[in-house]
Write a protein that binds this ligand. Structure first.
Ligand code: GCU
Length: 862
């Protein structure tokens, strides 16, 4: 009997351990920790949450503490909601009381020395077996509860009292969810993880079950408001039927202290057909917005405020009526002011139609924000916050901090970061933001020659603002992992941690996150930390170097490599690359003058090429490809080649390093992430070769090491176009450099096509008896092609072109750098004279295209 029981218990444990981890709980899995037994006795057996209203964050805190302690420690704490009930739990050891300061006072609980708290801050005090979590407000109390649970989930319970206050009051998320977007209602702009959790079919979803789960994640890291719709806003957002739905969303977020915000379309009165103007000075327009604002607050009394993108990228704004941007912002600010709302007014304002690349050397989109806001400082209402993208262009792999941060001393500002990875691998490449964000937050503007860190400016410290802070474009979707990939979620966690405390260490954060999201295995923690910390330099290496921009396709997907799209595009995102030289001359004396938008010390540093750090060289200067770098022995062009080879080589190590974790983490997390890391390894080679081929072709300067794509041959490749073809045609990629040597094969009809080649002796020079065989092919989104690879009629493997269902990046609609990808077969016995055959079965647009086959000894990066 005893043995049977033992068997049942261990079977149960096994079942729990083997349960799938879909990612839906993010870092709030409350999984049992290794030292649960020793910690369990240290936590109180009874919880008192000082609010019994289910909509209050304090009530939520009680629930979270109970379930968290049960999950993490196996502790069995009860919750009650008033001190009088506490009596019935006298037998429990210790009490954990959670509530706001007011509630502690109301219940006459001795708080000891009164903690110094600002809005949303909290204090955790330990006294004997009792714990007090005291919030400055109810939201703060919930944050304190999450802090305590985070400690426990890390396997520790400090006994010293702990006080924490946020660095800035604004810590918002922005979702770019589309209420209506052409035919695709409920999509998410620059979202790579499925449809909106909020909208469907042009309205608010009936099923909003994902909303509280999301709000819970946000609250656990201190994010206190969420704008739920795209900055390119639809006018219907203020229609009564939508406002009613927004009220339902707000109700679901309120228990987590996450307030709802919304983006507005400036031309709403006209677009809805209510008025024939949207002039912010027009009385009927003012009245329109007053009525709609009143309506919104009648449904959502704690609405956080509005987010407004005006006069940018085709969006309407006040300039149409010769009113200033401040007039436009104030129109809304005055409406929400009595309700305590704020207006986040975007600094991302530019008009690329006024820029001419060929005729005007001084044309520069990077100048736009400062120019548009010129003269407006101080004319915004107090509840306006200018929300400024971290860099002057647009979420590029490396940018200097936007100079606009130094131009608004009498206006509150917030930095706009992105958690989603537009331009940066769209969650299919690992990109952990810690160091990139720090490069901007720690940027010192030296305003009036005094320390003026961006993080001090936005927190209001530098220029004495009471508002300001952080916004991040997050763009979660219905995907079970929220962002499309398990590892990408570390950025949402990081955003919360860094907006609460921008001095936090990126390494600490990723380790904390890993323990909670995966487990405490030291190998798991170490590997995830290392890959994450390497991820920015690695991606930068194989994308755009030296501050040139990301070099992703700028006119379409913003995903795969397309260096040619960097010039001549209508968006004003240029590199001015020609056959001799490259880079934007942003100097004052000879260029666009952008460097002059910074205060003098910073301006002088970047205006002068000899004091400009290499990593921003091409952001500020136009130089010959042969220009020598300061921090290495390379020329610009040689650095491009070297960096691309180094970056792609490092990306090859990710998957094997992950494979070493097999069995050390949950199988679902392991497999889903491995799939992406293998994909990234292949796609990094596509990036490398595309960019090297492009700049070699443009500059005609060969690589010193004579490597493939930049002057030399690819030593391990059989180009598909050189194979014997039956049913395949040779064709050219668009742009050409996204295919190896520019050419590829694609099925010429809907029928099966075949390509064969004899393996030449020259490819098999190593002593190895087995080889890796990689096939680079194009997986185009519409249709699912099928490929089979044979060696001497023995099947090596087969695969489908179904990545559009497995990866969430922007649809790869053509044969280009978005669709070029790779599959690798390991340990294949290959001998000279063997016959390789690829059989492709096309479907619709997916024409079973093949770029090349590469045969290389294990461990080599081809
Ligand atoms: C980028 C992005 C757009 C977005 C815009 C913005 O340009 O590609 O999708 O609308 O930024 O931030 O407003």
């Amino acid at each position: 009997m005893y043995l049977w029981l033992l068997f049942c218990v261990s079977a149960l444990q096994y079942a729990v351990a083997a349960q799938n981890v879909t990612g839906i709980d993010g870092w709030l899995r409350y999984a049992r920790i290794p030292n649960a037994d020793s910690l369990r006795g240290q936590v109180p057996g009874h919880i008192v949450a000082l609010n019994d209203s289910e909509t209050s964050p304090v009530f939520t805190a009680g629930q979270e503490l109970m379930s968290g302690m049960a999950g993490i420690l196996g502790a069995n704490a009860d919750v009650s909601y008033s001190m009088s009930e506490k009596g019935s739990y006298r037998n429990a050891t210790g009490t954990l009381i959670v509530g706001s300061m007011d509630q502690f006072e109301g219940a006459s609980i001795d708080m000891g020395e009164e903690p110094e708290l600002i809005e949303d801050g909290y204090h955790i005090a330990f006294s004997g077996s009792d714990v007090h979590i005291i919030g400055s407000n109810q939201r703060g109390a919930l944050y304190g509860a999450f802090k305590l649970l985070a400690w426990l989930a890390q396997g520790r319970l400090p006994q010293d009292s702990y006080t924490s206050n946020p660095d800035a009051p604004i810590r918002w998320g922005n979702q770019w969810d589309n209420l209506q977007d052409g035919g695709n209602h409920g999509s998410v702009e620059r979202g790579y993880a499925g449809d909106s959790i909020f909208f469907k079919d042009g309205g608010v979803r009936e099923d909003l079950s994902r909303v509280p789960l999301y709000a819970r994640l946000l609250a656990s890291v201190g994010i206190n408001a969420l704008v739920v719709n795209n900055v390119n806003a639809n006018e219907s957002m203020v229609e009564p039927r939508i406002v009613e739905g927004l009220g339902r969303i707000a109700d679901l977020m309120r228990p987590y202290g996450v307030r709802l915000g919304m983006s507005l379309n400036f031309a709403t009165p006209e677009l809805l057909g209510v008025l024939d103007t949207f002039d912010p000075f027009d009385e009927s327009v003012i009245q329109f917005w007053q009525d709609r604002t009143d309506l919104i607050y009648s449904h959502i009394p704690d609405m956080a405020g509005y987010l407004v993108k005006a006069n940018s990228e085709g969006q309407p704004g006040p300039l149409t009526y010769n009113r200033t941007l401040a007039d436009g912002a104030n129109l809304f600010a005055r409406r929400v002011q009595p309700y305590g709302g704020v207006v986040m007014f975007r600094g991302f304002v530019y008009d690329s139609t006024s820029l001419n690349q060929t005729e005007d050397w001084r044309a520069d989109r990077a100048n736009a924000a400062v120019e548009f806001f010129d003269g407006l400082d101080g004319s915004f209402e107090d509840n306006v916050v200018v929300q400024i993208k971290y860099g002057p262009i647009d979420f590029q792999v490396r940018e200097p901090a936007s100079p606009l941060f130094a131009h608004l001393q009498n206006t509150a500002t917030a930095i706009e970061l992105q958690v989603t990875q537009e331009y940066l691998g769209q969650q299919c490449h690992v990109f952990y933001y810690a160091d990139l964000w720090k490069s901007v937050l720690d940027w010192d503007m030296r305003y009036e020659e005094k320390p003026s860190l961006v993080r001090d400016i936005i927190a209001g410290r530098r220029f004495n603002q009471s508002l300001g802070g952080y916004a991040a474009v997050i763009n979660v979707g219905l995907n079970q992992t929220w962002l499309g990939s398990h590892l990408a979620m570390s950025n949402l966690y990081l955003y919360g941690r860094m907006s609460w405390d921008p001095t936090v260490s990126g390494e600490d954060v990723i380790q904390d996150w890993t323990r909670m999201t995966f487990n405490h295995n030291p190998d798991v923690i170490q590997t995830i930390k290392e890959i994450s910390m390497e991820s920015w330099p690695t991606y930068e290496n194989y994308s755009g170097n030296l501050g040139i921009q990301t070099l992703a396709d700028i006119t379409g997907s913003h995903y795969g490599p397309d260096p040619a799209s960097q010039d001549g595009n209508p968006w004003g995102q240029w590199t001015r690359a020609d056959t001799f030289s490259i880079g934007m001359d942003r100097t004052v004396f000879n260029g666009t003058g952008f460097a002059g938008q910074y205060p003098a010390i910073v301006r002088n540093k970047y205006d002068n090429i000899s004091t400009t750090p290499d990593d921003l060289l091409l952001w500020f200067h136009h130089v010959n490809y042969t220009y020598p770098l300061k921090e290495s022995d390379e020329t610009v062009i040689q650095h491009f080649y070297n960096a691309h080879y180094a970056g792609a080589a490092n990306a090859q190590t990710y998957a094997p390093r992950w494979e070493a974790l097999k069995g050390k983490m949950n199988q679902q997390q392991y497999e889903e992430q491995l799939y992406r890391l293998i994909y990234q390894g292949g796609h990094s080679i596509v990036w490398r070769d595309t960019i090297n081929q492009f700049y070699y072709n443009l500059s005609s300067i060969p690589d010193e090491q004579n490597r493939g794509g930049c002057g030399g041959d690819f030593p391990y490749r059989i180009e598909a176009e050189s194979m014997e073809l039956d049913g395949y045609n040779v064709t050219i990629a668009e742009p050409w450099n996204t295919a190896s040597s520019g050419r590829l094969i694609a099925a010429s009809s809907n029928d099966t096509a075949t390509a064969t080649a004899t393996v030449p002796d020259s490819l098999l020079t190593s002593n190895s008896s087995t080889y890796d065989v990689a096939v680079n092919y194009f997986d185009v989104a519409i249709g699912i092609a099928h490929w089979t690879l044979y060696l001497n009629d023995r099947m090596i493997g087969e695969w489908k072109g179904d990545m559009e269902y497995r990866l969430g990046h922007a649809p790869a609609v053509a044969i280009n750098g978005d669709s070029n990808t790779r599959i690798t077969f390991h340990d294949v016995k290959v001998r000279s004279g063997d016959v390789l055959k690829i059989v492709g079965e096309p479907e619709r647009e997916d024409v079973a295209a093949v770029d090349y086959i590469s045969i290389f000894p294990p461990g080599v990066v081809d």
